[in-house]
Design a protein around this ligand. Structure first.
Ligand code: MV4
Length: 446
């Protein structure tokens, strides 16, 4: 097992990893920017290293500073957390080249899944169902028109380096294809420095369902069920639940088995998430995330498995301590992302938290670095707390969520707490009948 881990992140996820390390008796080094010098993870870690100024490009994304911090403190492993460098294959390579363990998948898997065209090719080889589309990258408009005839309209032009919806354009018919193709390319070039695009049939009203997988270096791979992540705004998830209210137990174990088998075929290591679009009873693989996810606690709640301690044990060469048959699913869990954002305009609301009070009670978990007096810096992601509730079934989880949202206080800034208080009583949330379009096109417009 590792002696000392460098936590290369900030905020609630840094605290999440710190807690896992402490529980395992592993020494911790946290890095921080000047803006985070007084944060909770810095105070709680065994050691801390200031790695640069507030701007993430000069601190949390500064690879030489991070690797130096690990070297001077005598760390033997690096945990990248969520976001920042967590899916940067070059960072993983550099960490490994300096004799440190990278707590995550092998760099080649990160690189492969970062290229969405490559990801689809490996997914297909591993037996995952794909959205019908071009067999690979599409380089010319003539080629696009030829392939489009076979795929049919409406279709999507997507960036190979994409993610978060950037570099993605819909073409409703053949006349729109040239414009969609060239604008997707130029947007992709500007955003990712890579104008490679591919084509997919456009699914007009899907749900976003993802499957959590985990694999060790001894050939064992299992799935830990799915998460329903359709409640989102501009590709930012706000409310996630497990299991998905859309699936039957048979569908759940079917897609889970397919994902676990694919994970094993790929020789994947660590935790990962296979993202699917689900429409009319069918699953379509779109991407794989090669990291821990923000919404991992809902999977932890229903499986009783700690994903971060398992991630660390796997990176140290450990064997998965459970088989697929030993993974059981209990009850229902929901996560609300509490952001320092106005609940209607979604404008960031950083500043000093004058009063903080967390919800509590049975089946309630709060992952946050907040305390009364904490100054939310304006430089980073606006996620300030994750509220996770677990109940015996979906209605029980929703009842616990409603209570927890009543108890929760973050003052004086507006936050998404008020949005969640309205959401929990929405009919579509009560019935579970929603798609990726529901929040933006129905809930927020009413
Ligand atoms: C799609 C799609 C419909 N059809 N692909 C958006 C981000 C990217 N990672 C995948 N995305 C989508 N791909 C096909 N063929 C609709 C989306 C999409 C979406 C997907 C998941 C969650 C939220 C979304 C919001 C808008 C569009």
């Amino acid at each position: 097992m590792f002696n000392k881990i460098l936590i290369a992140n900030r905020g609630d996820v840094a605290l999440r990893v710190l807690r896992a390390c402490k529980e395992m008796g592993i020494q911790t080094v946290i890095v921080h920017s000047t803006a985070d010098a007084e944060s909770m993870p810095v105070r709680l870690a065994d050691e801390s290293v200031c790695i640069g100024p507030a701007a993430s490009s000069e601190s949390y994304l500064n690879i030489p500073s991070l690797v130096s911090a690990a070297a001077i403190t005598g760390c033997d492993a690096v945990h990248p957390g969520v976001g920042f460098l967590a899916e940067n294959a070059d960072f993983a390579d550099i960490v490994i080249a300096h004799g440190l363990a990278f707590i995550g998948p092998e760099p080649d898997h990160i690189r492969q899944m970062g290229d969405k065209v490559q990801a689809k090719i490996s997914a297909a080889e591993a037996g995952l169902p794909l959205v019908p589309g071009s067999p690979g990258a599409v380089h010319t408009i003539e080629e696009a028109h030829k392939l489009a005839e076979g795929i049919g309209f409406p279709l999507l032009v997507k960036a190979a380096s994409g993610g978060g919806g950037r570099g993605m354009k819909v073409a409703l018919s053949a006349d729109e294809l040239s414009v969609a193709f060239s604008s997707a390319r130029s947007e992709a070039k500007a955003a990712f420095g890579d104008d490679t695009v591919y084509l997919e049939r456009y699914l007009d009203n899907p749900r976003h369902i993802e499957v959590q997988v985990i694999a060790d270096s001894h050939g064992n791979a299992v799935h830990l069920g799915e998460r329903e992540c359709s409640v989102q705004r501009r590709h930012q998830k706000l409310f996630e639940e497990a299991p998905s209210p859309a699936l039957t137990d048979v569908q759940r174990s079917h897609i889970g088995m397919i994902a676990a088998e694919a994970t094993q075929k790929m020789g994947y290591l660590g935790v990962g998430t296979m993202e699917f679009l689900y429409q009319d009873g069918e699953f379509f693989f779109i991407e794989m995330n090669t990291r821990l996810q923000v919404e991992h606690p809902i999977t932890e709640a229903i499986t009783g498995i700690d994903l971060v301690t398992e991630q660390i044990k796997i990176a140290a060469g450990g064997v998965l301590p459970f088989t697929q048959d030993e993974v059981t699913f209990t009850g229902h869990a929901i996560e609300c992302r509490i952001n320092a954002e106005h609940p209607e305009t979604f404008m960031p609301t950083p500043g000093k938290v004058e009063y903080y009070h967390a919800a509590g009670g049975a089946g309630v978990r709060v992952d946050t670095i907040l305390y009364s007096g904490y100054k939310i810096p304006p430089y980073y992601d606006s996620l300030i707390a994750k509220l996770i509730v677990h109940g015996r079934d979906r209605d029980h989880a929703l009842a616990r969520l409603r209570l927890a949202l009543q108890e929760f206080v973050v003052e004086p800034m507006p936050t998404t707490l008020d949005l969640h208080r309205r959401l929990v009583d929405a009919d579509a949330i009560k019935t579970g009948d929603y798609s990726i379009k529901w929040l933006e096109q129905e809930f927020l417009t009413s």
